[in-house]
Write a protein that binds this ligand. Structure first.
Ligand SMILES: Cc1cc2nc3c(=O)[nH]c(=O)nc-3n(C[C@H](O)[C@H](O)[C@H](O)COP(=O)(O)OP(=O)(O)OC[C@H]3O[C@@H](n4cnc5c(N)ncnc54)[C@H](O)[C@@H]3O)c2cc1C
Length: 311
């Protein structure tokens, strides 16, 4: 029987010559996630232009296949069974960075945060240092309201342009339309792909911007297990209970707890690391254990920050 995923693949195979970017068939998602985990997606598409994006929208409309928008894959846990649909990887869609006015820059959604910060340090653009150490893209930061102890995306982004994969239309959101919560975007619909964002910046000596970035990186290296694949923090901090997620996990005595090749990190207990060849089901078992015990023993509901691809 032809599933929507198979129909999608056939539709795109027939249109492949019109697609500027890359189309990958039955592609292991482990190759596209920081976790190095995930079974095959029926199609991984890496659009390079707005025309590509629009073609993918037509493909979805024609086949009704499920889809998932992937940035750089640094905050996702992909199923061992993979994904029977389209994974639209926005890594090459728009890589532009431009100064719009003295206090405003525009970045394409595909720009890596590390690239943006390097440029900010060169140009003396101040106000984006809070993104230091986040390994994702602009699109991912906007979707996740990414941030650190220095601040979050909500505090610096002033406009977002998105493309609706169902309606096939672009939308610009700004001012009071930009609604965020802690690690949550309230204004983007699931079917919207971030195409670009505009950011408010101040002016400073380049060396001053670089100093804060460098100091923050040193601090992160000392406290985070950056030598093993992970998604960074797995759980949001349960702020209503006045605790950090790692404190909850420590109270449960779960630091270092291991299932197969997945382990709650000894160095930072809100990180679950892949020791090599871990399966999504093993990471999931650790997540479930933390949630169940936190609720039962401490009365604290824990909410995941990590996003799932596939079931
Ligand atoms: C070592 C490490 C450290 C980390 N540290 C931090 C940290 O300090 N602070 C923090 O906030 N996060 C942190 N993270 C998590 C992650 O880097 C952020 O959530 C980041 O913003 C995700 O960006 P991404 O491009 O990798 O998105 P992905 O992981 O690919 O996707 C994450 C979410 O964003 C959506 N998305 C991605 N691109 C788009 C787009 N173009 N349009 C619409 N939706 C999109 C996806 O659908 C998904 O829901 C860390 C992760 C790792 C591995």
């Amino acid at each position: 029987m032809s599933t929507p995923g198979k129909k999608l693949k056939e539709w795109l195979e027939a249109q492949a010559s019109r697609f500027e970017g890359q189309l990958l068939w039955d592609e292991p998602l482990a190759r596209h996630t920081y976790y190095r985990i995930g079974g095959p997606a029926r199609v991984v598409a890496v659009p390079r232009s707005r025309q590509d994006l629009e073609l993918l929208q037509q493909a979805l409309q024609a086949t009704q296949a499920p889809f998932f928008v992937l940035g750089l894959g640094s905050n996702v846990l992909a199923s061992d069974q993979g994904f029977e649909g389209l994974v639209l990887k926005s890594q090459k869609l728009d890589l532009g960075i431009e100064l719009l006015s003295e206090a405003l820059i525009r970045t394409g959604a595909s720009v890596a945060i590390s690239t943006l910060l390097r440029r900010a340090a060169e140009e003396g653009w101040q106000g984006l240092e809070f993104l230091t150490g986040i390994p994702g893209s602009v699109g991912g930061a906007v979707r996740m309201n990414g941030g650190t102890h220095l601040g979050e995306t909500a505090g610096a982004v002033v406009a977002v342009e998105a493309f609706d994969l169902k309606a096939g239309a672009y939308r610009r959101v700004e001012g009071s339309g930009l609604r965020f919560e802690y690690r949550k975007n309230l204004f983007l619909r699931p079917e919207e792909v971030v195409v670009s964002a505009e950011w408010r910046v101040g002016r400073a000596e380049p060396a001053q911007v670089k100093k804060l970035i460098d100091e923050t990186l040193v601090r992160r290296k000392a406290t985070q297990p950056l030598d093993a694949p992970s998604c960074g923090s797995v759980f949001k901090n349960p702020k209503a209970h006045g605790l950090q997620a790692w404190q909850v996990i420590d109270r449960l005595g779960l630091r270092g707890c291991r299932v197969g090749q997945a382990q709650i990190s000894e160095k930072h207990s809100n990180w679950i690391v892949n020791l090599g060849g871990a399966r999504a089901s093993e990471v999931q078992e650790l997540i479930d254990r933390v949630k169940r015990r936190s609720q039962d023993e401490l009365g604290i509901p824990m909410e995941e920050e990590v996003v799932r691809v596939g079931s």
